[in-house]
Design a binder for this molecule. Structure first.
Ligand code: NAD
Length: 494
């Protein structure tokens, strides 16, 4: 068991409360991975002072140089990939194949961000006046407050922190208290790569103890938050009263449509991966499958057989396909939804109970669950469950499928399986979601493409790709007049 600290002002420090919390393995709750400082507002204040003190130099460090640090970060992460993946599996339960993918996403994001340091494009446009030049530059904003969830302990922090740094901001980072170890190793790598110590600060603790003080700190200029819609809304309200820039990536209720002309085996592979990967604890998880009535029975029969064959287990076992829930609270939430589904009249086709035999006894395991006969307005078809629970809804046409898919307060990811080009393009146009996959599952974002959702999934910003660099920078407009005389714009010169 390791003892971990906050990183503030270039030093690894205890919290001002001197209290600590344990980080445990959800596949074996008896295993303690480490203890962490339970911090509060005083620690946040110190971290913000540290980040602010680093800002004046960091903002003037040339962006290509800032990018070069991230190239080194990517190299170190590559060297340590397996070790980081194993630590991540131990602290949050995802199977190794997925945690390796999580680290790889961070590596890819590092290399992308490194080259972005040589772009950060502004624009130029012609002036209304002779002998005058109009330009825009991208300027850093200041100190960025980064608040992340536990389900992508490496990828999500890298999506946020790398572009924040390349744009010239300094960082105060609060990771989820369920995954503080991966986050700490990540910060160690940033320091090892030579990023000046005060530029990145990490403060461990709860949402109310550390997250809220970050959101409300007057010297933090920009907030990036990924997590639940309930917390996201409260953060949006606080940032609104402070006129603080905020990016929110929140919940999802993603659906996969399977039309009657689809390749059913391909669609089956897709939904198994989309619904039960990461034990369903992904914002892009497939939680509804919308099946054309002509293939409904055949598809369900095959789906249930394949689902029951999924191997549950400790993610460190190479043959495990589905790991545990992150904690007991998450398992209880899912159990509550399963009871609601039964009461509302949906049919349990498989799963619907804990898996506690043998090696699974000390972890938060649950059998992958499918509900058939689901009405689109049932609670299980409307609310985010964040677990391996799939609702099957029957439809008779493409129009109905898209209407059912859009019947949600969320709009993150979506998918359609069809070989019909007209159906595919209609879906691409009419589905209300930030991401639509054609003949692929709802999960599997690539780091160089914009990522985010519509409706209550967010507030219109995107992570990933080129768009996130706009979030972490301000546009400055420059006019250079080399005419040597007063030229008046906003005056009727014509
Ligand atoms: P959560 O909202 O409980 O916590 C997220 C983070 O916010 C944690 O670090 C937590 O400590 C912190 N926090 C909690 N209360 C806070 C407050 N009042 N002020 C500031 N910070 C606070 O979410 P979670 O359980 O960690 O993650 C699951 C949720 O995240 C799901 O709803 C999932 O859909 C969503 N998610 C969304 C995306 C996306 O990109 N859209 C990606 C991953 C997860």
């Amino acid at each position: 068991m390791e003892t971990y600290f906050n990183h503030i002002n270039g030093e690894w420090t205890e919290s001002s409360t001197a209290e600590r919390f344990d980080n445990r393995n959800p596949a074996n709750w008896n295993e303690i991975i480490g203890t962490f400082p339970k911090s509060d507002k005083k620690d946040v204040d110190a971290a913000v002072r540290s980040a602010r003190s680093a800002y004046s130099d960091w903002r003037l460090t040339p962006a290509p140089k800032r990018g070069e640090y991230l190239k080194v970060v990517g190299d170190i992460m590559t060297e340590r990939k397996e070790e980081l993946a194993r630590l991540m599996t131990r602290e949050m339960g995802k199977v190794l194949k997925e945690t390796r993918g999580d680290v790889q996403e961070g590596i890819d994001t590092a290399y992308y961000a490194a080259t972005e340091g040589r772009r950060l494009f502004g624009r130029n446009a012609p002036s209304e006046m002779p002998n005058k030049v109009n330009l825009t530059f991208r300027m850093p904003i200041g100190v960025a407050g980064i608040i992340t969830p536990w389900n992508f302990p490496m990828a999500i922090p890298t999506w946020k922190i790398f572009p924040a740094l390349v744009c010239g901001n300094t960082v105060v980072f609060k990771p989820a208290s369920d995954t503080p170890a991966t986050a700490t190793e990540f910060v160690k790598i940033l320091l090892e790569a030579g990023i000046p110590p005060n530029v990145v600060n990490i403060v461990h603790g709860t949402g109310s103890g550390v997250g809220a003080p970050i959101v409300n700190h007057p010297d933090i200029n920009v907030i990036s938050f990924t997590g639940s819609s309930a917390v996201g809304k409260s953060i949006a309200a606080s940032c609104g009263t402070q006129l603080k820039r905020v990016s929110l990536e929140l919940g999802g209720k993603n659906a996969q449509i399977v039309m009657d002309d689809a390749d059913l085996d391909l669609a089956l592979d897709g939904v198994l991966w989309g619904a039960f990967g990461t034990t369903g604890q992904r914002c892009t998880e497939t939680s509804r499958i919308i099946l054309h009535k002509k293939i409904y029975d055949t598809f369900i029969d095959k789906l249930v057989v394949r689902t029951e064959a999924l191997k549950l287990g400790n993610g460190l076992n190479e043959d495990a396909e589905v790991g545990p829930f992150i904690n007991e609270g998450q398992r209880e939430t899912v159990e509550k939804y399963v009871e609601i589904g039964k009461k509302e009249g949906a049919d349990i086709l498989c799963g619907g109970e804990r898996a506690e035999s043998g090696d699974l006894a000390d972890g938060f395991f649950y059998k992958p669950t499918i509900f058939g006969g689901v009405d689109q307005n049932m609670t299980i078809a409307q609310e985010e469950i964040f677990g391996p629970v799939l609702s099957v809804i029957k439809i008779g046409s493409l129009e109905e499928a898209i209407s059912v898919l859009n019947n949600s307060i969320y709009g993150l990811s979506s998918s359609i399986y069809t070989w019909d080009i007209n159906s595919a393009f209609t879906a691409m146009r009419d589905i209300e979601a930030g991401i639509t996959y054609v003949n692929g599952p709802t999960i599997g974002a690539e780091c160089h493409m914009p990522f985010g959702g519509m409706k209550e999934t967010g507030n219109g910003h995107r992570e990933g790709g080129w768009e996130v660099y706009e979030f972490y920078s301000e546009t400055k407009t420059i006019y250079v007049d080399f005419s040597g005389k007063l030229q008046k714009a906003q005056i009727d010169n014509r």
